[in-house]
Ligand binder design. Structure first.
Ligand SMILES: [Zn+2]
Length: 114
């Protein structure tokens, strides 16, 4: 019974060691092959379109304000939506400001009423 357990543990240890060795070998291989494909890999860095979430090579992507886009069309749409959001925020701020003005007027009226 003990022998079986020892064998099992030994097998597990060998299995894990093999897995680690395999990973190390793969990393070593990648490191070695890296330089020869370095230029290619750099040119083919994948980025994501901020509008449709599609992944594409950096070379084919358009960059705007730190965001990537797959086409000028999507860039325009994204920027248009950004502007729209900014407008809405500004309008909300304006609304709040007006509301405040109205409140202070009401308070003043209340004081006069007393
Ligand atoms: Zn897109």
């Amino acid at each position: 019974m003990n022998l079986l357990l020892i064998r099992l543990i030994l097998f597990a240890v060998i299995f894990i060691a093999g897995l680690k060795l395999y990973r190390m070998y793969r990393e070593w291989k990648l490191d070695r092959e890296g330089p020869s494909e370095g230029d290619n890999a750099q040119g083919n860095r994948m980025v994501r379109c901020s509008w449709c979430q599609v992944h594409l090579p950096e070379d084919d992507a358009l960059r705007e304000r730190g965001d990537w886009f797959c086409s000028g069309d999507h860039r325009d749409k994204y920027l248009a939506e950004l502007k729209e959001e900014e407008k809405e925020k500004q309008e909300q701020k304006a609304d709040k400001w007006e509301q405040k003005q109205q409140d202070t007027k009401d308070e003043q009226n209340d004081k006069r009423g007393d």
